[in-house]
Design a protein around this ligand. Structure first.
Ligand code: DX5
Ligand code: ZN
Length: 235
């Protein structure tokens, strides 16, 4: 049975009170923290850095995922792991030699993930799937919270999941961008297991009580998912 792994997006949290945000998200049952790292070059925005992950590791025990939306990610792997990242995800579009970067992440002691933008053909991942523990499938063009999911995202998750199942790869599919209840249920139905939760869900309203909002979101997605036309027997 596929799990619903909740990964709150730290860039959408209240940055003015991060210590209590991290502790509240942990108490609410979040499975990991998602840090969107942007360099202003790979994407037209600049957000979080090493010290945000270091702070999280001081405040809670949630595993931290560093989503590197940066050029030359190979320059930063060891520093994100040293800061406390359990997972480091790099973009296939940003790696000239992706096998080498994924090996660098594993050698540094973290779990490697590969991310792919909505317009990049999934075939770019074909020779990388055996090397990763997760594929982060962007459902929006990366760079900003608050965007609307691109309709092609659902079919891309389905195709990727079919490929993973056919080859029996041991990896999870993560989705990032406009993950609301309806989108999460459809993406889960097609094979997604890790969900980046941002402004479309638990961070929609400032001051939300996550201990209520996160379990409620999980339950709403589970209900919505059972109502969706069975594309295949539940995983
Ligand atoms: C895009 C960002 C966002 C963020 C979540 O680069 O990665 O997807 O994590 O934001 P929402 O849920 O508002 O799309
Ligand atoms: Zn992300």
């Amino acid at each position: 049975m596929k799990k619903f792994i909740a990964a709150p997006s730290v860039m959408c949290a209240d940055l003015g009170k991060l210590e209590s945000e991290f502790q509240a998200l942990e108490a609410a049952g979040a499975d990991e923290l998602h840090f969107d790292i942007m360099d202003g070059h790979f994407v037209p925005n600049i957000t979080l850095g090493f010290d945000f992950i270091r702070l999280a590791r001081r405040c809670c025990s949630l595993p931290c995922t560093a989503h590197l939306m940066v050029l030359h990610p190979e320059r930063y792997i060891e520093r994100f792991v040293e800061a406390g990242s359990a997972v480091v995800v790099v973009h296939v579009e940003a790696c000239r030699h992706p096998h080498r970067v994924l090996g660098q992440i594993r050698d540094a002691g973290a779990s490697p993930g590969i991310a792919i933008n909505p317009a990049t053909p999934l075939t770019k991942l074909n020779h990388l799937l055996p090397e990763v523990d997760r594929v982060l499938l962007m459902t929006v063009d990366p760079g900003y919270a608050g965007q609307t999911i691109l309709p092609i995202a659902f079919e891309r998750v389905r195709i990727l999941h079919e490929n993973v199942r056919y080859h029996r790869y041991d990896l999870k599919i993560e989705v990032d961008g406009n993950v609301n209840v309806e989108n999460a249920a459809r993406l889960a139905r097609f094979g997604a297991e890790i969900f980046v939760l941002g402004s479309a869900s638990i961070f929609r309203t400032p001051g939300t009580d996550y201990t209520e909002a996160l379990p409620a979101f999980r339950e709403a997605v589970a209900r919505e998912k059972t109502g969706i036309q069975q594309y295949e027997a539940p995983c």
